[in-house]
Design a protein around this ligand. Structure first.
Ligand SMILES: Cc1ncc(COP(=O)(O)O)c(C=O)c1O
Length: 469
């Protein structure tokens, strides 16, 4: 048998023996049933160590090309021969897996009417590519990472927050993989184990919290009636959560934004019930005319944990977000991030820094806000023209989505199935509820689609609602 090293100048290894034997078996030079030389013969013939030849035979046995029979030798298996099932004691154990926490990621191919994403046409991909190229200058990122996040990026984020009236320092920022990871590291680092959330609320926060051992309690939110903060106060007194998570602008899924007086009352409830506040500010800078909404963090100061992300405004696949945290929390949050992922993707962090530093983000946000405004107005016009009288919807005034409430008695699940038959996917609205659903409807995403396409989908929805009610 001839075995050649794959890299000239290097010694023959097990991989070379495997490749040579695969070739000989494939070409018929070693026919089924042929007996191979014993390990010690081949090792002497090729001048190899015993382990090398044994490793090559073992791999070919595992691949089903050879059969090693005790005391008889090693034989070529006929390709058509059924393989012996592996001996029971050689089958490795199977780990036991939990049921998936969330449904599979959508594969596309349908019109996603409830999407929270921005139309890819509105995303500055060329300028981002330019920033990635710039980040690769001078040999690209350093070999080591920054567990808390690329320092110039943290400084640039802090500066932007200060411009919006939020006191922030680069040392108080932890860069994360989207705001989802900000929620994750908070949940990992918290000592208390009960978290209060809005009900309905952002649907991927509940499985995250529960999987990390938290008890989750709901605070009912009705976007048509406003917040019943007396009711929240009673629930906080009863359940005694350590943290209250709130999406204060363009709440997902309803589009509701807290008023300044509601934010002030929430700060008072935090003090009264000793419940810390975490504000998920995914959308307050997606508002027309740079008319920023007040934030809990701006009103309540540094004790309010604040998370935000570039996903919805810049590029979902960038996966960059951040937490702005009280100084006492930083060490625990960075340690939680390190134990989970060691560090973030420095190249993306450097590219985002370039994007902010060159002023591209401000230009992009202005253009985006103008486009979103148009789409929002076009969506409202369509709803007014098309929807049956008993349908209601929220008017968020910004952000990517609104909530469409179906006429009482409409079977929402059947309606979804009908719409899917027409190639239009709606999010299951009830998946956002922790307790019994007090709303029945869907999110409508007006940022994701061009107005004409959205109008067609809303037309189909109006027809199906009329048929169903
Ligand atoms: C309210 C809210 N918070 C956080 C997230 C997490 O997003 P990302 O990790 O992409 O920033 C989402 C995603 O849709 C969201 O809707």
């Amino acid at each position: 048998m001839h075995v050649r090293a794959s890299d000239p100048g290097r010694r023959v290894g097990a991989r070379d023996v495997v490749e040579a034997l695969v070739h000989e078996i494939g070409s018929g030079a070693l026919p089924p049933g042929a007996r191979l030389p014993p390990v010690r013969v081949l090792e002497a013939q090729l001048g190899l160590s015993k382990n090398t030849v044994q490793a090559a035979y073992d791999e070919l046995v595992a691949r089903g090309l050879l059969d090693a029979r005790a005391r008889e030798g090693v034989f070529v298996l006929a390709p058509s021969l059924p393989r012996e099932p592996p001996a029971a004691q050689r089958r490795p154990a199977m780990a036991r897996w939990a049921a998936p926490l969330v449904e599979p990621y959508p594969q596309g191919g349908v019109f996603e009417l409830g999407s929270v994403f921005i139309d890819p046409e509105l995303l500055p991909r060329e300028r981002l590519a330019e920033c990635f190229r710039a980040a690769m200058r001078d040999g690209g990122p350093a070999p080591f990472y920054h567990p808390q996040g690329y320092p110039p990026l943290r400084a640039a984020i802090a500066e932007r927050l200060r411009d919006r009236g939020i006191a922030a320092d680069a040392d108080a920022i932890v860069v994360t993989v989207g705001s989802q990871q900000a929620l994750d590291i908070v949940a990992r680092a918290l000592q208390t184990r009960t978290v209060a959330i809005e009900d309905p609320g952002y649907r991927y926060v509940v499985p995250l919290l529960r999987s990390l051992g938290h008890r989750v309690v709901g605070l009912p939110l009705d976007p048509f009636a406003g917040l019943d903060l007396d009711d929240w106060s009673q629930r906080l007194a009863r359940e005694r959560p350590g943290l209250l998570y709130a999406t204060t602008s363009f709440h997902n899924p309803t589009g509701y934004s807290y008023s300044s007086s509601e934010l002030m009352r929430l700060l008072a409830l935090s003090a009264e019930h000793e419940v810390a506040l975490m504000e998920d500010d995914w959308g307050s800078d997606m508002l027309s005319g740079s008319e920023y909404r007040p934030t809990l963090r701006a009103l309540g100061g540094e004790r309010v944990l604040y998370v935000n992300s570039f996903t919805k405004k810049l590029l979902p696949s960038l996966r960059l977000g951040f937490a702005l945290a009280p100084s006492e929390a930083i060490a625990a949050l960075v340690a939680a991030k390190r134990t989970s992922v060691l560090g973030g993707n420095l190249l993306s962090e450097m590219a985002l820094f370039e994007f902010l530093d060159r002023g591209y983000y401000d230009t992009h946000l202005r253009e985006l806000q103008r486009a979103l405004d148009e789409r929002y107005q076009a969506c409202l016009d369509c709803l007014r023209q098309l929807m049956p009288a008993a349908v209601r919807w929220t008017t968020p005034g910004g952000g990517p989505t609104l909530w469409l409430e179906l006429p009482a008695g409409t079977d929402a699940a059947r309606l979804r199935a009908r719409m899917l038959d027409r190639g239009i996917a709606l999010e299951p609205g009830d998946a956002n509820f922790l307790g019994p659903a007090h709303l029945s409807g869907f999110r409508i995403g007006y940022a994701r689609h061009a107005p004409a396409a959205l109008a067609r989908a809303l037309g189909a929805l109006a027809e199906e609602i009329a048929k169903a009610s």
